[in-house]
Design a protein around this ligand. Structure first.
Ligand code: SF4
Length: 366
C-alpha cells in the first residue's frame, strides 16, 4: 500500500479544530422539566416553520427521540442525505456535524438547512484541507478520486465519488472490477479496511477520526476474555488491531442491525457511544458494553464520544429554529461540482440489491 502522510492534526490551535473548544461549547445537562419544555417548544417550531429534524445516531438521545417523534429521522450519514433530499419540508435542521449539513444543502439547494452550531465539525474534515487535497489529486491524475462523506463541500467538488461506510466496500469493489486505481481520502483506517477487503489499488490520505482512533486492540482483547460470549461490533474507522477482533465490521446502521438481529445476549461496541441510545431502544433486552479507549497509549481526547457531535443540544435546536440561523451556505459553483459525486453514490446505492436488502425498518440502510 502506498501511503501519503500529511500533518493534518491541528488540535492545539486556537481555532475550531481544538477539541477543548468543542467540549467547552457542549450544552449543560438539563433536568427532566427543562427537557420536556424544550422538546415541546422545538416540536412546535418545527411544525410552524415547515421544518424537519434529521439527526445522526451519535447525537444526544433527546434529539434522536425528538426527531423520531416529529416525523424526522435518526440514521447514518447516507440515510440522512437521502431523507433530507426526499422530504417535503422547506427547512432541514441537521443535528450532527457540519459536513452532514453541507451534504443536505448540496442535495437540496432550494431548502434552508439549519444546524444548532456550525462549529460542530469532524477531525476527518479538518484533516483534509481542500487546497492540499487538490494538489494531491493533481499529482495523481490517473486515479479515480473517492472521498468519504466526512469531507467539506470543496473536497467533494474535487471527487469522482463520495461514499459512506454503508456503501464504500461495494462501490470500491465495482470500481476495481472496472480496472480503476483509487485515490482515497481522508480516513486511513477505513481506507485500509476497504483495501484489504477488495484488493483494490488505493493511494491513501492519512486522516483519522479522533473517536475511533482511540479504541485499543489489546484492551479489547482483555475485555473479550472477561466476556467470552459477547460479540464484538466495530466501526471500520477503528485501527486495524481493533477491526481484527471484530465479529461484525460495519457502518452505524449495520452495527445496530447486528444487535437487533443477533442471537447473542452481550455486545461490545467499538464506535461513538452515542449509538447506544438507539441500540437500547431497539434491543432493550441485550447487554451493551463500550469498547475500551483507555490504556497506556490513550490520549483520551474523545473517550468514545465525539466532542463535535456533543455540541448539539435541545437549547441550540430551539435557538436555531427561532432565529432561522445559523444556516449552511455553499457557493453555487462548488455545490454543483460536489453534487456529482454524491448523486453518483445515491444512484449506485438505489440500484444496489445489497443495499436494498440491507434496509431495516426504523434503522436505515445497513
Ligand atoms: S465521530 Fe469521528 S468521524 Fe464522526 S464526526 Fe466525530 S470526529 Fe468525525
Amino acid at each position: 500500500m502506498e501511503q501519503v502522510l500529511f500533518d493534518y492534526t491541528r488540535q492545539g490551535g486556537a481555532g475550531l479544530s481544538c477539541t477543548a473548544q468543542a467540549w467547552a461549547k457542549t450544552p449543560a445537562p438539563l433536568n427532566p422539566s427543562q427537557k420536556q419544555a424544550l422538546k415541546a417548544r422545538a416540536a412546535e417550531l418545527l411544525k410552524a416553520k415547515n421544518a424537519v429534524l434529521v439527526a445522526h445516531f451519535y447525537v444526544d438521545g433527546d434529539l434522536q427521540d425528538l426527531a423520531l417523534e416529529t416525523g424526522g429521522c435518526v440514521s447514518d450519514s447516507l440515510e440522512m442525505a437521502r431523507f433530507g433530499r426526499d422530504h417535503e419540508a422547506s427547512t432541514l435542521v441537521v443535528a450532527g456535524v457540519r459536513f452532514m449539513g453541507e451534504s443536505a444543502k448540496i442535495l437540496s439547494p432550494e431548502k434552508r438547512v439549519l444546524m444548532p452550531d456550525l462549529d460542530a465539525t469532524c477531525s476527518l474534515d479538518l484533516g483534509c484541507p481542500a487546497d492540499q487535497f487538490a494538489a494531491f489529486c493533481d499529482a495523481h491524475p490517473d486515479r479515480t478520486v473517492v472521498v468519504y462523506a466526512n469531507t467539506s463541500a470543496a473536497v467533494k467538488a474535487r471527487a469522482d465519488w463520495m461514499v459512506t461506510s454503508s456503501c464504500a466496500l461495494e462501490i470500491v469493489s465495482a470500481l476495481k472490477a472496472e480496472g480503476k486505481k483509487i485515490l482515497w481520502a481522508p480516513d486511513r483506517h477505513l481506507g485500509r479496511y476497504i483495501e484489504e477487503q477488495t484488493g483494490a489499488d488505493m493511494l491513501m490520505w492519512a486522516g483519522d477520526c479522533i473517536v475511533h482512533n482511540e479504541f485499543k486492540g489489546l484492551e479489547l482483547q482483555l475485555l473479550r476474555e472477561q466476556h467470552p460470549e459477547a460479540k464484538i461490533l466495530v466501526h471500520p474507522e477503528s485501527p486495524q488491531s481493533v477491526v481484527a477482533l471484530a465479529d461484525v465490521v460495519g457502518s452505524t446502521s449495520a452495527l445496530i442491525k447486528a444487535v437487533v438481529e443477533g442471537e447473542a445476549q452481550e455486545y461490545i461496541v467499538a464506535t461513538d457511544n452515542g449509538i447506544l441510545h438507539r441500540m437500547r431502544q431497539l434491543a432493550p433486552t441485550k447487554t451493551l458494553i463500550e469498547a475500551p479507549t483507555a490504556g497506556s497509549s490513550a490520549t483520551c481526547k474523545s473517550c468514545a464520544h465525539c466532542p463535535w457531535m456533543a455540541m448539539n443540544g435541545l437549547q441550540g435546536l430551539v435557538d436555531c429554529l427561532e432565529r432561522g440561523l445559523p444556516e449552511i451556505e455553499i457557493d453555487e459553483a462548488t455545490r454543483v461540482k460536489a453534487l456529482g459525486c454524491i448523486e453518483r453514490m445515491l444512484d449506485f446505492t438505489a440500484k444496489s440489491k445489497a443495499a436494498a436488502a440491507g434496509l431495516v425498518p426504523g434503522i436505515g440502510a445497513a
